[in-house]
Design a protein around this ligand. Structure first.
Ligand SMILES: [Zn+2]
Length: 210
């Protein structure tokens, strides 16, 4: 079947997207072709806006459209509790829970000797500066519970400890709503190791390491 160059190009671009195979690219391209111009171009404009307007928050490194991201510019957030994450997507996931009222610091990755990622490749200096500037009571290390994420957390603990700030690590173990039967062995091991005391008076159990 003959097709125009621009349609072919659209399919090629769509096909580069994650999770979009050749057939899906074909379907989406046909769909866009059939849409009224205004609707189809809204997608093009959204893509352009995201690429042109979004940049790193000057304070935390999260995604921002101005100088500061929505979290850093919210005066109701508790700036005394600083949550360190590997990437802006982790920050977005944590924000989606609505469970955290502090602020963030985006490292821009995790230490990885194999991939040649050293502390100076991450925003470690900026993190230390923020803590040294005062006003931070607790640093929550929310790097991923992987070997590299754990090593990064350990490294951060070492450089943060001399500053006299409380350092905590996110809990790990069974996900809420999960079952023991379906949990992976490492998850179960974490859950057993990180067990917390239950109290009849409903007092919140002490976190491991406290
Ligand atoms: Zn920010």
């Amino acid at each position: 079947m003959a097709e125009t160059d621009s349609l072919k190009r659209l399919k090629e671009e769509l096909g580069k997207l994650p999770g979009i195979g050749e057939r899906s690219a074909e379907r989406i391209a046909q769909h866009l072709l059939a849409l009224p111009s205004e609707e189809a171009l809204a997608l093009a404009r959204a893509i352009r806006d995201v690429k042109q307007k979004i940049r790193a928050c000057s304070r935390c490194g999260g995604l921002a459209e101005g100088d500061l991201c929505p979290v850093c510019s919210d005066s109701k957030r508790d700036a005394a509790v600083l949550c360190v994450v590997e990437g802006a997507n982790d920050m977005r996931s944590l924000e989606a829970t609505g469970a955290f009222r502090g602020v963030y610091h985006v490292l821009g990755g995790r230490l990885s000797p194999l991939e040649g990622v050293a502390p100076e490749d991450l925003s470690v200096e900026a993190l230390l500066s923020r803590v040294k500037a005062g006003g931070v009571r607790e640093v929550v290390l929310a790097t991923n519970p992987t070997a590299e994420g754990d090593a990064t957390a350990l490294f951060l603990l070492r450089v943060l400890a001399p500053l006299g700030v409380k350092v905590t690590r996110i809990a790990r173990g069974l996900p809420s709503g999960g079952t023991i039967e379906h949990a992976s062995p490492p998850m179960l091991a974490d859950a057993i190791e990180g067990r917390t005391e239950l109290r009849e008076d409903g007092a919140s159990p002490a976190a491991r390491g406290n």
